[in-house]
Design a protein around this ligand. Structure first.
Ligand code: G
Ligand code: G
Ligand code: NA
Ligand code: MN
Length: 255
């Protein structure tokens, strides 16, 4: 309830904005993309803790409006990024079940990105396994195929945390697998995390999918993942989510 009011107010005052976290090639250190994460900016300019509004994203009508707002800002920010000769090529957005069952999604994507002259090939749709589990999975798979035909990429998010994860790799169109941070956290000392992560990387690589390891916080974790055949990573070691202007700054600093 509190969370709903917070998001409603943030949408009304235009203070719900994307922050961006880098996705890095862990072999070269180069930033290859960013993930957009919704943030509410408080009256004093401070970032409201994300937990305070996440439950509102479960509400279908709120979620669809948040996605609309996010898409508009992302398209705008990415246009500016391309205009400044920005080096990375991809931006990810998190979608909920409500977004994927909204009949307008593909038109909204095409229109919003088209308006800013940003080709849809730059967009990654991040979808969690629970979206497939909670919805009509056949209908969702068909919707995702339709979206992919428009040229964008699909990432299976928080991979490994859902029921029947491996079945999803087989049944759904997926370009990128994002290994959940709960498996990365205890690398390299925890034997079961090691076995699971090595297995997931091997399966994804052999199926021709890209793998992003999430939640990398230490150089030991990054070293382990590199040796295990993972090329892409995300986490506080490389960068926290930051506003668009700082995302560009940081990346220029790195170049
Ligand atoms: O940084 P973090 O606490 O924001 O994100 C927590 C959760 O909120 C993650 O599971 C993330 O996928 C989700 N989330 C962040 N931004 C968005 C958004 O714009 N839309 C949706 N549907 N979920 C989001
Ligand atoms: O969309 P997804 O559920 O994957 O959301 C990613 C979440 O993980 C966001 O809340 C983001 O802020 C958070 N996050 C990103 N990098 C790290 C990290 O290195 N460590 C931890 N603990 N959380 C992270
Ligand atoms: Na995500
Ligand atoms: Mn994730």
């Amino acid at each position: 309830m509190r969370s709903l009011r917070l998001v409603e107010a943030a949408l009304a005052s235009d203070s719900l904005v994307p922050h961006y976290q880098p996705v890095v090639n862990i072999r070269t250190g180069q930033t290859v993309g960013v993930e957009a994460l919704a943030r509410v900016i408080g009256a004093g300019g401070q970032v409201v803790p994300a937990e305070e509004f996440h439950s509102a994203l479960q509400d279908p009508s709120v979620s669809v409006r948040v996605t609309d707002r996010m898409l508009g800002r992302i398209a705008e920010d990415f246009r500016a990024h391309l205009d400044s000769g920005g080096p990375f090529q991809h931006v990810g957005i998190n979608l909920s079940l409500a977004d994927l069952t909204n009949a307008d999604l593909s038109e909204r994507l095409a229109r919003t990105f088209g308006d800013h002259g940003v080709p849809l090939g730059h967009l990654v749709l991040e979808v969690t396994e629970t979206v497939y589990l909670d919805g009509n999975s056949v209908g969702i798979a068909a919707e995702i195929r339709k979206l992919r035909d428009q040229g964008l990429l699909v990432a299976l998010d928080d991979f490994g945390t859902g029921y029947a994860s491996l079945k999803h790799l087989q049944s759904f169109p997926v370009d990128i697998v994002k290994i959940d941070k709960s498996f990365v956290r205890d690398l390299p000392s925890d034997r079961s995390s090691v076995a699971i992560v090595e297995g997931l990387i091997g399966i994804a690589n052999r199926m021709g999918m890209k793998v992003v390891a999430e939640g990398i916080e230490t150089t030991e974790q990054a070293d382990f993942l590199r040796n295990a055949g993972c090329t892409l990573g995300q986490g506080y070691l490389f960068g926290k989510p930051v506003p668009a202007n700082q995302a560009a700054q940081r990346i220029v600093d790195n170049a």
